[in-house]
Design a protein around this ligand. Structure first.
Ligand code: NAD
Length: 316
């Protein structure tokens, strides 16, 4: 029987992917340890629809510990696709002693899962959620997989690149089928409460000024979550160990994105500027040619359309 293993299944992107896989009639085993980096009630809500589906099994376990429990849920005859999205996300908290959390949940957990996948064998594909944060501050834009040397600018980026390299070397040495997808600033319904648009929309609803670090001239290639999920679905059949950018084609300055938000919400938005934070990068911009030639992937949701969906979700 074909099965999907989704790690981080209660998170923003993992729960959206889980719902899509279930909606298409698939059988899904989800793992999440419900870290309290943000309110766990939000994760419970994210996963509530899936829990009502008999084709879904939730395992509340830590991927950075012994993974032999997985063999109770996945039999050797299952044809397995692994979507590895569990991680400690977020650039800003990755300094100082919190770095241990990042090495544990991003590097150790990935290495554990790769060891398990390799020793089990017969994996159809291992798809890893990588990040634009691996690129750092390149001199030339857009960021291109075969031309931009990845030099992360934050401890978080270092751990995401380390894990991506682990995936690549299990493919190169042991023949594990894999793909790494480098997500560029993902937004939409269920976006994490520490991410900019979620913070901005809630502040705007409350009539409070929104906080911007830096002068707002930084650019981001915002990517709607359904476009990311489409890329993850297509990546099931890309097994050569490629790392591919998934960027939304909505590269704008932060100030422009706030203007778009004000239009979508039909209200004036006030901004409180403060100093840039350590680890923040001036620009992100994805070349998406590789994802198109390899998987036929193209982003399709405009910033205005995507923001409207996130506003409606937060309002409800
Ligand atoms: N959101 C973005 O813009 C973005 C951009 C680039 C890459 N990514 C990557 O995409 C993935 C998903 O991000 P998200 O925004 O949905 O984050 P999220 O925090 O909402 O989801 C991650 C989930 O992983 C779980 N988790 C963490 N460590 C675990 C462990 N050791 N064992 C089991 N579960 C564990 C957490 O409890 C959480 O529910 C991450 O790998 C992240 O690095 C996200």
């Amino acid at each position: 029987m074909k099965k999907y293993l989704v790690t981080g299944c209660a998170g923003f992107i993992g729960s959206t992917l889980t719902d899509r896989l279930l909606a298409e009639g698939n059988s899904v085993v989800g793992i999440d340890i419900f870290r309290d980096y943000y309110d766990v009630n939000i994760k419970n809500r994210n996963i509530s629809a899936a829990l009502g589906n008999p084709a879904f099994t939730l395992i509340e376990k830590d991927l950075s510990s012994d993974l032999s429990f997985l063999n109770d849920f996945i039999t050797q005859s299952d044809q397995l696709v692994v979507y590895h999205l569990a991680a400690q996300a977020g650039v800003r908290k990755s300094w100082g002693s919190d770095f241990r959390i990042y090495t544990r949940d991003n590097i150790d957990a990935t290495q554990n899962l790769l060891e398990w996948a390799h020793s089990r064998g017969g994996i159809k594909n291992f798809v890893y959620a990588s990040s634009s944060s691996i690129y750092g501050v390149p001199a030339v834009l857009p960021m291109k997989e075969d031309q931009t040397v990845p030099i992360p600018h934050s401890p978080y980026g270092v751990t995401k690149l380390a894990a991506e390299n682990l995936v690549r070397l299990y493919t190169a040495n042991m023949g594990l089928p894999s793909a790494s997808l480098r997500f560029f600033t993902v937004y939409g319904p269920r976006q994490r409460p520490d991410m900019a648009f979620n913070l901005f929309i809630r502040a705007a609803f409350e009539g409070k000024p929104i906080g911007v670090f830096g002068n707002g001239g930084q650019t981001r290639d915002f990517t709607f979550v359904d476009d990311i999920v489409n890329g993850l679905m297509l990546a099931e059949n890309s097994t050569k160990g490629l790392a591919m950018n998934l960027g939304g084609g909505n590269r704008v300055t932060l100030l422009h994105s706030i203007e778009t938000l004000a239009k979508v919400m039909s209200r004036d938005i006030r901004i409180d500027f403060s100093e840039s934070k350590l680890g923040d990068v001036p620009d992100t911009w994805a070349s998406t040619e590789l994802a198109f030639t390899e998987m036929g992937w193209k982003p399709s949701v405009s910033l205005e359309e995507g923001l409207l969906q996130e506003v409606n979700w937060l309002q409800s």
